[in-house]
Design a protein around this ligand. Structure first.
Ligand SMILES: Nc1ncnc2c1ncn2[C@@H]1O[C@H](COP(=O)(O)OP(=O)(O)OP(=O)(O)O)[C@@H](O)[C@H]1O
Ligand SMILES: O=C(O)[C@@H](O)C(=O)CO
Length: 421
């Protein structure tokens, strides 16, 4: 095992695994820290945690447990994966987890780079852009759990980290690998522990991959994973040509579940609802103890009986989310909806559903845990950042775990059509 990765949410983990697979690393994603009974033969392992929005001390403890497992498995380099929109709460968890991983590995320097140009996330002079907008002007300012109101990543990370945070700028990176490594030496000499790295293109990510070959730990979105595998290939540790992953050969009924309120998801939900069965989960009815999950599962089963696939969604506009949160509390509302969608997933699985498309990282975490999934094999990409995956259980299930802001507007239909092809 070469690369050991820790992801702070489940869709983020598949996003990273997808980029590693496309760059030629045989990759397995585990759900939580694997137990001894799980046999893994892979070049890279991504341990998926649901640690993005939990208390910093819990996120640190879970990340350190994952690190200990990956070190024991012999990994040579470590990767902490967070969101390409740097999603964090006021307290963390990107900073506290980075600090703890650095201390555990005894390293005095790492980088932080959420850039993923293929999905429109670029960094310039330390400022994160989502498409043409600064992070703080993008839909992320209204995120239900991690509203991002500051695009200056040096400032955001410095608020969360005990290390000195610096910047490795685009004009240094443009000078190539040696110049970037020299800049790292200077930053280190200046006492910088973590450097935000600018990146506006895949070419920048390839330069980074080579420049960061000797860092014990990198912290990043999934983009940096485009360049890192080349180091292992150059060292003769990977085959010269990547092996194309196969689609899960899983037939049977499907369901789409969405708890994401991100702008891309809202458009995908609207596109699906225009011509296909859809059932909305009403948070206030759930709060009143009404049997919302059972009703939604019945709706989805009836659709399956007609040969159709239903969408069950809680996704709602920022105003609707705010109204629910004011009545129920932010974390309580989120957790309650996650539990409801997880219950729908469990009921659908029990009724024979074998193909699940899930939108939202926290939502995917809740669903995958409800389905008792232990690990996922990574299949081909549906849209940038989202592959089909297949569980390693005896009766496998196909899962497409979509990050909130990823995917074309027809993502739900397109992902199911791929399996039917
Ligand atoms: N109608 C709603 N009112 C309040 N909260 C909601 C509503 N619908 C969903 N939520 C909550 O919003 C959160 C959305 O987070 P989730 O990570 O699933 O999606 P996302 O942030 O769009 O995806 P990603 O993290 O992959 O970018 C979840 O906790 C979900 O339960
Ligand atoms: O990096 C991203 O944007 C995604 O993989 C993600 O983590 C969303 O939850």
């Amino acid at each position: 095992m070469l690369l050991g990765c820790i992801a702070d949410d489940f869709t983020g983990a598949t996003d990273l695994a997808n980029n590693l697979v496309r760059a030629g690393m045989r990759t397995v994603q585990t759900i939580g820290v694997p137990d001894a009974s799980l046999a893994i033969d892979a070049d890279a392992v991504v341990v998926a945690l649901k640690s993005r929005t939990i208390a910093p001390a819990d996120a640190v403890a879970q990340s350190l447990a994952a690190l200990a497992w990956l070190r024991a498995a012999g990994c040579r380099q470590f990767y902490f994966k967070y969101c390409s929109t740097f999603d964090s709460t006021e307290l963390g968890n990107i900073g506290p987890v980075t600090d703890a991983l650095m201390d555990a590995l005894g390293c005095d320097f790492t980088i932080a780079c959420p850039a993923f140009p293929a999905a429109g996330r670029t960094i310039f002079r330390g400022h994160l852009f989502v498409g043409d907008l600064l992070l703080s002007d993008s839909g992320m300012r209204d995120h239900p759990l991690t509203p991002m109101t500051d695009a200056n990543l040096v400032r955001v990370l410095q608020r969360q980290s005990a290390k000195k945070v610096g910047l490795l700028r685009y004009d240094t990176l443009a000078q190539g690998v040696e110049a970037s490594q020299a800049a790292i030496a200077t930053l280190r000499a200046d006492g910088v522990g973590v450097a935000i790295v600018d990146a506006t293109s895949d070419a920048d990510l390839m330069t980074m991959g080579e420049a960061f070959a000797d860092l014990p730990l990198v912290t990043a979105g999934s983009g940096v994973a485009i360049g890192l595998p080349q180091n292992f290939r150059r060292a003769g540790l990977l085959p010269a040509e990547p092996v194309a992953p196969a689609l899960p050969k899983i037939a049977g009924p499907a369901v789409v579940l969405s708890g994401s309120c991100s702008q891309a998801t809202l458009a995908q939900v609207a596109a699906w609802r225009a011509s296909r069965p859809a059932c909305q989960v009403d948070a206030m009815r759930v709060a009143r103890g009404e049997p919302v999950a059972a009703e939604a599962a019945a709706f989805a089963r009836e659709a399956q009986a007609r040969g159709e696939t239903a969408l069950v969604y809680a996704s709602a506009s920022p105003d609707e989310v705010r109204a629910v949160q004011q009545q129920l509390g932010r974390d309580e509302a989120g957790a309650m909806i996650e539990r409801t969608l997880a219950e729908v997933a469990r009921a659908m699985r029990a009724a024979g559903t074998r193909r699940f498309v899930v939108a939202g990282g926290e939502t995917s975490g809740a669903v995958v845990q409800a389905l008792d999934v232990r690990a996922l094999r990574i299949g081909p990409q549906i849209d940038p950042g989202v592959p089909w995956t297949e569980t390693v259980e005896r009766e496998p299930v196909a899962l497409a775990l979509k990050s909130g802001n990823f995917g074309a507007v027809d993502f739900f239909a397109k992902s199911l059509a791929l399996l039917d092809a």
